[in-house]
Design a binder for this molecule. Structure first.
Ligand SMILES: Cc1cc2nc3c(=O)[nH]c(=O)nc-3n(C[C@H](O)[C@H](O)[C@H](O)COP(=O)(O)OP(=O)(O)OC[C@H]3O[C@@H](n4cnc5c(N)ncnc54)[C@H](O)[C@@H]3O)c2cc1C
Length: 452
């Protein structure tokens, strides 16, 4: 595609991944990336807090899927990556922190002996000794995580463990989430003739329990963004929101406040609701499907405590809070225990999240009130009575797409509609395959390949 002009709209990790692929695999392409904000990265942002590079949102990526690790290898960052120093986590149940069962797969305990006392009622524990065959048929097609887990291992495992853990990933309600997108391994195991637990146990025996699950960069996830942005150089234009797109002959017009750009191909790597707005004049059906994807708003509060006021347990990475616990917080990560580079010996850093798709309480509380409410939750859960030395609030409105049952079919329809009505245009982002950084990198690479 020598000499063709390609515009990538949005410099979050999906747009940067698309741009990187185009620049690397198709060096003749005349590439421009248009980003609305004054920095690249979108929902990945690292900034100094208490003198340390602390992420304001994503702080790690999954390494059991290839896309993020492969990109880091390509960028010569892989040798610098680090793994969590603490992996154990707990869950706030009935007014106390209880260890997450070991082993578990997405919160489903594989061995009743590894479930701490008080975590589950006796009848549910007994059921965990079995093979996990469903007691009601699992619907064909794309059932919800709730339908699968409730049928195979019961309501208590779902409500006290799986919903807390999986719902934490995208601030969702696992009763409404597509199992195909959010937990494909649970769906495959549930459909296995031997039963969900038997299939998961068999898979577990093949896995290396010491293999790292997450990686990060000690300079924060923002370092990945900075590396990609530096490589793009002046092909990346910040403070340039795209206000409209339209067809022109075989190509595209891309409107910005500074004028109209012409391109042969466009990658829209913006949130689904922005892509929906931009695509309305191009294809109403694709636009409506994208605009209809619900997004959860969350806030991430980072607290620094003097160590003589509070020291998090060194072997614990943090804890989850199920939706019925009556707290505002949804999770707390002991950042200094989890990451050695965030432990300066002086202060204890805690990253506390609030907000779910069905819990917007945090949006109607002012900053001081929010800090106080989350500090109260910390007093309740881990007993911190002293005021923090520093607090930072990072609000992320409409940031986490939700994958309702049938999501992948709807995305296939979007692709079909765009192939017909918008040749040379592809969409990428967290709304496609999942919110995780690897899934976003994958979607960017796929969009680049599609327009190339
Ligand atoms: C609090 C929080 C914690 C998270 N933790 C993790 C984690 O630990 N691990 C993990 O893997 N994932 C995590 N995630 C998810 C992950 O960070 C996101 O899913 C991912 O960064 C989204 O990337 P994206 O490129 O799809 O979208 P975005 O990052 O939203 O990028 C879209 C970009 O488009 C730009 N844009 C919007 N409109 C326009 C326009 N009109 N013109 C031009 N540009 C525009 C935006 O400014 C933005 O830069 C977390 C997310 C949040 C909110």
């Amino acid at each position: 595609m020598a000499g063709r002009r390609v515009i990538v709209v949005g410099a979050g990790i999906a747009g940067l991944s698309a741009a990187h692929r185009l620049a690397t695999d198709h060096p003749d392409v005349d590439l421009t990336v248009l980003e609305a904000a004054n920095a690249a990265g979108g929902r990945i942002r690292t900034s100094p807090f208490a003198g340390l590079p602390v992420d304001e949102a994503a702080d790690a990526f999954l390494v059991r899927v290839p896309w993020a690790l492969d990109l880091c290898r390509e960028l010569d960052l892989a040798d610098e990556l680090v793994t969590p120093s603490a992996r154990a986590a707990s869950v706030w149940l009935d007014g106390t922190l209880r260890p997450l069962p070991t082993p578990n797969v997405l919160g489903v305990p594989l061995d009743p002996a590894g479930v701490a006392s008080g975590t589950l009622p006796a009848s549910d524990l007994e059921r965990l000794a079995g093979d996990g065959r469903p007691d009601t048929p699992i619907p064909d097609g794309d059932p919800t995580v709730g339908q699968v887990v409730r049928a195979c291992v019961g309501d208590a495992v779902f409500e006290r463990l799986v919903d807390a853990l999986l719902g934490g990933v995208n601030a969702g309600r696992a009763d409404d989430l597509s199992c195909t997108v959010m937990a494909p391994q649970l769906l495959a195991a549930a459909r296995h003739p031997d039963g969900l637990l038997a299939a998961l146990r068999a898979a577990q025996q093949q896995a290396d329990p010491s293999a790292p699950v997450f990686n990060t960069h000690p300079a924060g996830m923002g370092h990945l963004v900075d590396t990609l942005a530096t490589r793009l150089g002046d092909r990346l234009r910040l403070r340039t929101p795209v206000t409209g797109i339209g067809r022109t002959g075989a190509g595209w017009l891309v409107g910005t406040d500074n004028g109209v750009e012409v391109a042969d191909a466009v990658v829209l790597a913006v949130p689904a609701h922005v892509a929906g707005d931009l695509l309305t004049p191009v294809d109403a059906e694709a636009a409506d499907l994208l605009a209809a994807i619900p997004h959860a708003s969350v806030v991430l509060a980072t607290f620094a405590y003097r160590r003589d006021n509070f020291a998090a347990p060194g072997d614990q990475s943090g804890f989850l809070v199920p939706r019925h616990a009556g707290l505002l917080m949804t999770a707390c990560s002991f950042a200094g225990s989890k990451w050695a580079h965030l432990d300066d010996g002086d202060r204890c850093l805690l990253r506390v999240s609030a907000g779910r798709i069905d819990d917007d309480r945090h949006l109607s509380i002012d900053r001081d009130g929010l800090q106080r409410a989350l500090a109260r939750d910390l007093a309740t859960t881990v007993g911190i009575e002293q005021p923090p030395a520093a607090v930072r609030l990072s609000p992320w409105p409409r940031s986490l797409p939700q994958f309702a049952s049938g999501h992948l079919d709807r995305m296939a329809t979007v692709d079909e509609r765009l192939a017909e009505a918008a040749p040379g245009l592809a969409v990428a982002g967290a709304f496609r395959h999942g919110v995780g950084i690897p899934a976003c990198i994958r979607s960017g690479a796929e969009a680049a390949a599609a327009v190339a």
